[in-house]
Design a binder for this molecule. Structure first.
Ligand code: COA
Length: 166
């Protein structure tokens, strides 16, 4: 039987409850999921790749679907990575209309680069709709409480990171 594998790519700097919400939704549609940290040349991540992988692994460790999830990283084109892994779909979260234009552009470019992989957009729960990794970092940097928006490990690592930078 064909195992339906999807890739959930992103910068995950850091992972938030909104990302986890998408992970859970994706696993209702696909048999396996790879959460893949990719490079976005437009971004300068706060956390190293190793720190981001560690936080994701910690954040998913108690999910009942844990054994269906792999955490990985890639460089180069997303579609090349997806093909190498044998994925049939790319998962992206859509939070608001403002995401749509960029996501459509990305999805259509990915389709042009490889017609065999489709992008599937999933909407997170309303309570995460305003979340982004940047807004979390900004709030945490100035001492804001983000503990109901990100996994506990992320709260801890944000505190450590901003203490290091003081
Ligand atoms: N909950 C919370 N935040 C969410 C979210 C959700 N459900 N869905 C999206 N976001 C946020 C992210 O936190 C991120 O926030 P930030 O901008 O404040 O950091 C933002 O939405 C979108 O970023 P992200 O999902 O991390 O993706 P990205 O736009 O940085 O793209 C790659 C990352 C890796 C997918 C993309 O750069 C890529 O494919 N790179 C490889 C090269 C390539 O193939 N490019 C495409 C063809 S040219």
């Amino acid at each position: 039987m064909l195992v339906k594998l999807a890739i959930y790519p992103g910068t995950f700097d850091p992972i938030t409850n909104g990302h986890l919400d998408i992970v859970k939704r994706a696993l209702k549609l696909f048999d396996r999921l790879i959460i893949a940290i990719g490079e976005n040349p437009a971004k300068k991540p706060l956390f190293t790749l190793e720190e981001r992988i560690f936080m994701i692994n910690e954040a998913i460790k108690d999910l009942p679907e844990r054994n269906l999830i792999e955490v990985d990283s890639f460089s180069g084109l997303l579609v090349d990575y997806a093909k190498r892994k044998g994925a049939i779909a790319i998962i992206r979260g859509l939070r608001a209309v403002s995401d749509f234009e960029y996501e459509l552009q990305l999805a259509l470019m990915n389709r042009k680069l490889s017609n065999s992989i489709d992008t599937v957009f999933l909407m997170p729960s309303l309570k995460w709709i305003f979340l982004s990794s940047s807004i979390i970092k900004e709030a945490a940097k100035f001492g804001g409480d983000v503990s109901d928006l990100v996994p506990p490990i992320v709260v801890q690592k944000l505190k450590e990171k901003f203490r290091e930078m003081e």
